[in-house]
Design a protein around this ligand. Structure first.
Ligand SMILES: *Cc1c(COP(=O)(O)O)cnc(C)c1O
Length: 393
């Protein structure tokens, strides 16, 4: 006789980390709907609707807009493996862990990679991108992370976009932690290729990576000489399944697509502007509370990402102990630091369903308690008052 495994019963958690985040019961219900075949006419209609909804959320008219099967990293890899051929020169902006990941992938595609860097916790300077172009000669693309989840930086995009145009390069943007949480205008901002993930500001479980490519980028893909190094992520074949031909490539993750369709509907029901304003307000309230406790944010003012709030851990406070206290006593998950910020920052995700006033107030209190356990006394009353002032004026 083997071990008895019992029924799967995950305990309750409040997910306030870098993702996955809280998911609407509507999305979970949609995911448990009847299974359909991946070529069933009903399912094909859901696919078309999902593409339409994605275009609205990406604020684009791009025909080539669809969810890739895989998490955000699959979106990153899709953008890079389809656009890069061996020997191409590319500029990768690196100001956090996800920029490093793009650089790694671009290198694996056989690109000659030029890095434009900023220290972790600072945005990329458009001036440095310009200098890199001046030196490099012909560059195929420049890629940058819009919302650096590892540092909480919101990267301004329009200047870099203009520089890319000026030098005839494609502009590729990682919008994994911005899509559905902060303003992102793919067409208006001149973004040629953009990708995201479902478990961040879209508030869906992990498993899909929405991508969008404009005609200019699609043409680059269609004119490739070398085959895409990844069979699974080759858009020239995947387009034929999502397009009119309906050629089988791989089996679509049916239920994930149900879930994404529902999550996108929720985003649009709230309205993009209202949703961005909500994220901004909750982040602002959280930051006011953090500052009232004498703590500070990693990102400088003007570059703070509302969806991911990186807090500097004060001297004398030990990271893991506080996070364990939050998890054990409150069921709250927040993220620890990544890369240069390991042990030095907490990453608080206030995105999608997790971006709520109750969560802000509860987390401020729980953090004060957690730090108090280590003898670091924070004024929780002032923190909550400061946060409430943002809501109540
Ligand atoms: C989370 C994240 C990714 C990777 O997404 P996964 O879903 O973990 O594969 C890529 N870029 C950014 C900016 C992210 O925040």
């Amino acid at each position: 006789m083997g071990k008895e495994y019992g029924q799967l019963r995950p305990g309750y958690r409040l997910l306030l980390g870098p993702g996955p985040v809280e998911t609407s019961p509507r999305v979970l219900r949609a995911m448990s709907s009847n299974m359909l075949g991946h070529l069933d006419p009903q399912f094909l209609e859901f696919m078309n609707e999902t593409m339409e909804l994605l275009r609205k959320v990406f604020q684009t008219k791009n025909q080539l807009t669809l969810p890739m099967s895989g998490t955000g990293s699959a979106g990153m890899e899709t953008a890079l493996v389809n656009l890069i051929e061996p020997g191409d020169k590319v500029i990768i902006c690196v100001h956090g862990v996800f920029g490093q990941r793009m650089r790694d992938i671009a290198g694996r595609c056989g690109a000659e990679v030029i890095s434009v860097e900023s220290p972790f916790g600072r945005p990329i300077e458009p001036e440095s991108v310009k200098k890199a172009f001046e030196k490099a000669g012909k560059v195929k693309l420049v890629a940058v992370v819009h919302a650096e989840t590892s540092t909480g930086i919101l990267q301004p995009l329009t200047e870099i976009s203009q520089i890319a145009k000026q030098y005839g390069a494609l502009f590729v943007v990682d919008a994994v932690t911005s899509l559905g949480g902060v303003e992102l205008k793919v067409d208006e901002w001149g973004i040629d290729a953009c990708y995201s993930g479902t478990q961040k500001a879209l508030s869906c479980p992990p498993g899909l990576a929405p991508v969008t490519f404009n005609d200019r980028a699609a043409e680059v893909i269609n004119k490739r000489k070398a085959k895409v190094q990844s069979w699974y992520l080759d858009l020239s074949m995947i387009q034929s399944y999502w397009g009119k031909e309906r050629f089988y490539h791989h089996t679509a993750p049916i239920n994930m697509i149900y879930g994404l369709r529902e999550a996108l509907q929720i985003v649009l029901e709230e309205g993009l502007e209202a949703r961005f304003a909500r994220h901004k307000q909750n982040s602002e309230a959280f930051i006011k509370g953090i500052e009232a406790m004498g703590l500070s944010m990693i990102a400088p003012q003007g570059y703070r990402l509302p969806t991911l709030n990186a807090v500097r851990i004060p001297d004398g406070v030990e990271d893991v102990g506080v996070r364990k206290h939050l998890l054990d006593k409150y069921g709250i998950e927040i993220g620890g630091g990544l890369g240069d910020f390991k042990g030095k920052a907490w990453r608080v995700g206030l995105m999608g369903e997790s971006s709520k006033r109750n969560n802000v107030v509860l987390l401020l209190a729980a953090l004060a308690d957690g730090m108090g356990q280590q003898g670091h006394n924070a004024d929780v009353g002032s923190a909550i008052q400061a946060a409430l002032k943002v809501y109540n004026g």
